[in-house]
Write a protein that binds this ligand. Structure first.
Ligand SMILES: *[C@@H]1O[C@H](CO)[C@@H](O)[C@H](O)[C@H]1NC(C)=O
Ligand SMILES: *[C@@H]1O[C@H](CO)[C@@H](O)[C@H](O)[C@H]1NC(C)=O
Ligand SMILES: *[C@@H]1O[C@H](CO)[C@@H](O)[C@H](O)[C@H]1NC(C)=O
Ligand SMILES: *[C@@H]1O[C@H](CO)[C@@H](O)[C@H](O)[C@H]1NC(C)=O
Ligand SMILES: *[C@@H]1O[C@H](CO)[C@@H](O)[C@H](O)[C@H]1NC(C)=O
Length: 179
């Protein structure tokens, strides 16, 4: 009897250990973090896709920055492709977007976001991630409020929306890093 109870207690404890160490950030905190983003199901899927289940907040932020960089790099490829297959006003739109996404734009600002994280400057992470978001927005909506957004039939707006969602997660994570 006693032994049965013992072994079931041990296994309950083992399950508890596995569950509690599978996230250095408790799952409840992941939910709280994601609840503060615009698209919490996107955020949950993103943070759960981290292959390193023992990551703390800094590493999770690192992972999320890496995803954003991969998405920006993909988008630059797409834009180059679009430039090669367009002419006239669409070509000039995509050419401007390439500037907003390149090393003077989103890609450079992602690297800066990374640098701020490595320095432990979490306010800097927030500011730099906002700059990336502005770069993306400048491509999609134009640089000044009087610009009429280009009615883009390509996949570019969809790619940009994914990047904005990833950045939204980084912005919330940076607030938690400052706690
Ligand atoms: C999510 O946020 C809303 C308010 O923004 C709040 O009412 C709700 O309780 C939150 N849910 C969780 C799981 O934190
Ligand atoms: C939230 O993200 C999911 C992808 O994870 C997407 O399918 C859905 O349309 C998004 N919802 C909103 C309101 O943007
Ligand atoms: C977190 O990141 C640091 C620096 O990149 C690395 O040395 C460490 O192994 C990572 N830890 C985890 C749990 O991923
Ligand atoms: C964004 O990056 C993630 C992770 O690398 C990938 O699964 C997703 O397909 C990418 N989306 C775009 C639009 O590049
Ligand atoms: C410009 O592109 C459109 C659509 O791709 C095409 O129909 C048109 O022939 C092109 N014009 C020139 C001058 O290349």
């Amino acid at each position: 009897m006693v032994c049965n109870l013992c072994s079931s207690l041990v296994s309950v404890f083992a399950i508890f250990l596995v569950a509690s160490t599978s996230y250095a950030i408790p799952e409840s905190e992941v939910k709280t973090i994601c609840n503060q983003t615009q698209n919490s199901s996107f955020c949950l899927a993103l943070l759960m896709s981290n292959p390193n289940p023992n990551a703390g907040l800094v590493n999770v932020t690192q992972y999320t920055i890496d995803v954003a960089r991969a998405n920006v790099t993909n988008t630059i490829k797409l834009i180059n492709d679009l430039i090669g297959h367009s002419n006239g006003s669409s070509k000039s739109h995509y050419t401007e977007c390439l500037d907003h996404f390149g090393s003077e734009g989103a890609l450079g600002d992602i690297d800066y976001t990374q640098e701020m994280l490595q320095k432990g400057d979490y306010q800097g992470v927030n500011v730099a991630a906002s700059a990336v978001s502005d770069d993306v927005e400048d491509c999609i909506s134009g640089e000044s409020p009087s610009d009429s957004p280009y009615d883009d039939p390509s996949d570019l707006p969809k790619y940009a929306a994914v990047i904005q969602s990833v950045l939204g997660v980084i912005l919330v994570l940076s607030k938690y890093l400052r706690h």
